[in-house]
Design a protein around this ligand. Structure first.
Ligand code: CUA
Length: 338
């Protein structure tokens, strides 16, 4: 009896140590959505049960290794044990109950996480190799839609992500929101998120989708409702300008993306070729050939900066992932620089 008590105390002690140790390891990032609360509650419960089960196996195992080891001079066989009905019933019943209880809790948890608010804001998400595009609800006044490669969300408002892929399967994953959902070409999948913490996060792709899978990461910005509205109206303003004045839109894009840090508009030398008098000029390339800087060449150079390198320059320019409209605006702006 004393041994049983000692073993039980040891099991509880090891359970406690495992739980404290796991907590100290901080395996989970910030809890930034209401759905995360349900997920974390379930996780915590699993952590406690798993710690107990681990202790229940490890403690008697090490105890037996020490107490029942073969002593010096012992050569006989061990005791033959032929089943133990009571023990077998216990170790069948306990896991059965545990599995059923977890199934019921898990079902309730899933229902919590999937619960959809009828007033949810719908954002369309498209995954492509290797970036994300987010399309916001159309502006009621102008009918213009905002497309961005950043996911901006107002805090406390449920968002329904309607997701699809334009090529292979990707997976939407923001660890702070605790939710994950595949994006499948030719089909829409859904994910509901209610951000609860203002902050900057990142959406990562959680499905191996090609060579740059590891870099398929875009910003997720959760802000106050006011900040979100301000951002959205700025974007709608930009969309308005884009629809009526491509050159003006191009100028905005140039400012936003800091293009002039490398490409001067004054003819001054820089890391990249100057844009002054570029449109229509003959450009010498690093492979010795020449090309006319027309719309097609400029479009290609923005989309694929590595495709044609201008003589005496190196290829440092990243792909910015501009939309076709944005590229047309940039080219239209460059054309005006005479
Ligand atoms: Cu997309 Cu991995």
């Amino acid at each position: 009896m004393r041994k049983i008590v000692a073993l039980s105390v040891a099991v509880l002690l090891v359970t406690w140590l495992l739980i404290v140790g796991l907590d100290a390891a901080h395996v989970m990032p910030v809890e930034a959505s209401t759905q995360a609360v349900s997920v974390d509650w379930m996780w915590k419960l699993m952590e406690i049960v798993m710690s107990f089960l681990t202790a229940l196996i490890l403690v008697p195992m090490f105890y037996s290794l020490v107490v029942f080891r073969r002593r010096k001079g012992e050569t006989g066989e061990g005791v033959h044990v032929d089943g133990n009905t009571k023990l077998e019933l216990i170790w069948t019943a306990i896991p059965l109950v545990a599995v059923v209880v977890f199934a019921i809790l898990g079902g309730g948890n899933l229902a919590d996480v999937l619960r959809q608010d009828p007033n949810a804001m719908v954002v369309k998400v498209t995954g492509h190799q290797w970036s994300w595009k987010f399309e916001y609800p159309a502006d009621p006044e102008t009918g213009l839609t905002v497309v961005s490669d950043e996911l901006h969300l107002p805090v406390g408002q449920q968002v329904l992500l309607l997701m699809t892929s334009s090529d292979v399967i990707h997976s939407f994953w923001v660890p702070e929101f605790r939710l994950k959902q595949d994006l499948v070409p030719g089909r829409f999948t859904k994910l509901t998120i209610t951000p609860s913490e203002v902050g900057n996060y990142a959406v990562r792709c959680a499905e191996l989708c090609g060579t740059s899978h590891a870099y398929m990461e875009n910003p997720v910005i959760v802000s106050t409702r006011d900040d979100y509205s301000a951002w959205l109206s700025l974007k709608i303003q930009e969309a308005k300008v884009a629809a009526t004045d491509p050159v003006g839109f191009g100028e905005i894009l140039v400012k936003q993306n800091g293009c002039v840090a490398c490409h001067s508009i004054t003819g001054a030398a820089g890391i990249g070729p100057t844009w002054l008098n570029l449109f229509g000029a003959t450009v010498k390339l690093s492979d010795g050939t020449t090309v006319t800087a027309d719309q097609a060449y400029l479009t290609e150079s923005i989309k694929e900066p590595q495709a044609k390198i201008v003589a005496s320059f190196t290829t440092q320019m990243p792909t910015y992932g501009f939309t076709d409209d944005q590229i047309a605006a940039l080219v239209a702006y460059i054309e005006t620089l005479k």
